[in-house]
Ligand binder design. Structure first.
Ligand SMILES: [Mg+2]
Length: 434
């Protein structure tokens, strides 16, 4: 995005016919917030930022705190493909004249800068699975999409051609180089892939992609959801990340037949910190119904249960499909685009620093033969266990900062407590006659 960054957004408005700017940021829980600013006012906003009451979004702030100022990053400007006179902008957050330590984009920029100081650039791509459902959120939108093994179903894909092609056309026009679209493994589920890039670009595109998919689906009378497990018997929505680490033009992960020693150490770090990573990459109560899940109607969940790695084998947390990158299959559709990248980078670089051994590569079907590996670590079974792992992690306290971790933990603990206050039908059915 940076190659076309306009220095003055007011000029960009005049040149590109932009009437309004949508100054946007992603809050701590991954929700996108924005203000719509007329082009005539953008000069002052670019200089001073747009003001928000931080407490009104998901941050650990108080109603008494001063304005949170969102400073738009001109390099991120995207005229909305479905309304080109509105220009979307990702913003960085400041409070009391300082970068907000809870700001997910601020955090990613900081850890990327630290990595750059050590000579590393992380590149990544994300695979955001989503469902197209009815506007009331209760069912998949296509009643004819009922196949028992619906992955790559050509007819079901083409019944959604209008939506998928509009999204893909938009990504092509934006220069993201999309290269394939498919019906995924659950009824009503789709995935669209575009080219990998540096981690900040990918995070901004990931945030915009979710906004765009929801917006365009809505214009077609549908609803799009990235919820990790909206239907218990169907495969959930993952957000697999493909990761490599570069120095200049050199991919430091590239080995001959396997990842380089540095690549293996990076993988070792991601494996070592997996329980704490879950709190960030599987951030909702619902996330744990996708990982560790029983077999779905299609025959496989495609999500990991164990902290293990393999070659081109999708039953482990980490797949190494080629000797130049790895795929982390842990994150789900609820993952905050910025925290996803920041967390992978910090865990992996720690592995490089201390030269972590990733352990043996397991070339087995982990779903059916997992019981033969007695010492495979299991992923946390619920959000609370993951939050406790994050709380106990010196790495994340140090790299994300105590301010960030305590704010995140407070919001997430509140969510867990709220969940525990629910009385479910299952409890009544199993306990009434106790
Ligand atoms: Mg997929």
């Amino acid at each position: 995005m940076s190659s076309t960054a306009p220095a003055r957004l007011a000029d960009a408005a005049a040149e590109r016919g932009i009437k309004y700017f949508l100054i946007s940021f992603t809050d701590l829980l991954g929700r996108q917030r924005a203000k719509l600013v007329p082009a005539a006012a953008i000069g002052a906003m670019q200089r001073d930022g747009a003001g928000f009451a931080g407490f009104a979004a998901y941050f650990d702030l108080s109603p008494a705190d001063p304005d949170l100022l969102a400073l738009p990053d001109p390099a991120t400007l995207i005229p909305l493909p479905w309304k080109p006179d509105v220009g979307w902008l990702a913003a960085d957050l400041r409070l009391r004249g300082m970068p907000l330590d809870q700001g997910p984009r601020n955090l990613l920029r900081r850890v990327l800068a630290e990595a750059a100081g050590a000579g590393y650039v992380m590149k990544s791509g994300v695979e955001c699975e989503f469902f197209l459902i009815t506007p009331d959120g209760r069912a998949i939108a296509d009643a004819a999409d009922r196949g028992a093994k619906p992955c790559y179903d050509a007819a079901a894909l083409m019944r959604r051609y209008d939506v998928i092609a509009e999204l893909c056309d938009a990504m092509q026009a934006l220069g993201w180089s999309p290269y394939q679209n498919d019906h995924e493994d659950a009824n009503g589920q789709f995935e669209m892939n575009w080219q990998y890039a540096d981690a900040l670009t990918t995070a901004d595109r990931h945030a915009f992609f979710k906004f765009m998919v929801r917006s365009i689906a809505e214009r077609h009378g549908l609803r799009a959801t990235f919820m990790p497990k909206p239907f218990l018997d169907l495969t959930g929505s993952g957000c697999h990340a493909h990761v490599s680490l570069w120095r200049g033009e050199q991919n430091l992960f590239a080995g001959e037949a396997d990842l380089s020693p540095l690549g293996r150490q990076f993988v070792g770090g991601v494996l070592h910190h997996a329980p704490a990573l879950c709190a960030l990459l599987n951030p909702t109560v619902n996330s744990y119904k996708r990982i560790n899940a029983p077999v779905t109607a299609s025959g496989a969940t495609w999500s990991p249960n164990t902290i293990t790695w393999s070659g081109d084998n999708r039953t482990h947390m980490i797949r190494v499909p080629a000797a130049d990158r790895f795929e982390l299959r842990l994150a789900d559709g609820a993952a905050n685009p910025y925290l996803l990248q920041a967390a992978i980078l910090c865990a992996g670089l720690e592995g490089v620093q201390v030269r972590r051994d990733p352990g043996p590569r397991l070339d087995i079907d982990m779903y059916t033969q997992g019981h033969t590996v007695s010492d495979a670590r299991r992923l946390p079974l619920n959000l609370l266990d993951a939050l406790r792992a994050l709380d106990a992690s010196p790495l994340f306290a140090q790299r994300f900062g105590k301010g960030f971790i305590s704010a995140y933990a407070r919001l997430k603990q509140r969510e867990w407590n709220e969940y525990c206050r629910q009385l479910t039908d299952w409890e009544r059915d199993t306990t009434l006659d106790c």
